[in-house]
Design a protein around this ligand. Sequence first.
Ligand code: C2E
Ligand code: CA
Ligand code: CA
Ligand code: CA
Length: 278
Amino acid sequence: AKQAGRNRYQFFSEQLQEDANSMMEMEQDLRVSLEQKQLEVYYQPIIDSRTLCLVGVEALLRWNHPIHGIISPDRFIPLAEDTGMIGVIGQWVLETACQQAGQWITKGYNLYLSVNLSGRQKSLGLDEAVLRRILESTAFRPENLVLEITEGMLLDNSHSTIEWLTSFSRMGVQLAIDDFGTGYSALSYLKRFPIDILKIDREFIRELGHNTQDMLVVKAIISMAKSLKLRIVAEGVETDEQLTILQSLNCEFVQGYLFSKPVTAHELEKSFDGFNQG
Ligand code: C2E
Ligand code: CA
Ligand code: CA
Ligand code: CA
């Protein structure tokens, strides 16, 4: 038993060592990922639930690692945040996505661009002047840009966070709350921040049609959003049944695998004409 215990300890410590090594390796790899053009912005359509027209796209980052293949942002965004690399990476995403979506708009596709913002970017160089420069250099109108923030960022509730987000809003950029309903939903913050859009988290959409509780929650979120004059997007819509329910609840916009997974710019372009036209 003693032997087994020691083996187990060794196993764990080796495992921990391996994890630490692979984290350091990942950190080093991430540092060169941008210059080696391994990062790529994918796009997922956002759809008008009534007309089924394409109304927007969400930019979602992918890392094409030379050895490990495509790495999900859930695995490397936290590392990018901890190391501060999210500053440079986040600005690159904004630039790249504005450039790309700007081309689509020029071609006559009337869509908005949604980009995920990390709270860390507040102290890593992203301010009003930088955002303005990105929009000008890509000739992208602020009205067509949505920045997605999380409830956690709003809970911070500090004066500087309110100022930071308000400065973007004053430029005409819209703000969306991502993953709505999963955080500590202190609804009072909705008044203090210039929010335009709520995105209902996939968690509440998954069992829609089989779970009365979720149905009631989604219904309540939509009615609250309407009374606050916020637009609403349901995330993670995968089935016709979910879509039908969301249509019946007057949920304005929907996003999910039912319409498309996040795809490369090139792939999305090929499927543009498959969507209804607005
Ligand atoms: P998110 O912002 O909540 O993005 C939605 C996630 O749900 C995406 O995962 C998307 O691929 C996935 N998804 C969309 N529709 C469906 C569906 O119908 N079913 C299922 N099962 N999943 C669906 P993804 O692309 O892996 O991104 C994960 C998270 O990484 C994002 O969650 C976001 O928090 C973060 N992220 C991605 N790109 C960026 C970025 O450029 N900057 C920052 N700060 N975070 C990013
Ligand atoms: Ca998002
Ligand atoms: Ca989300
Ligand atoms: Ca999420």
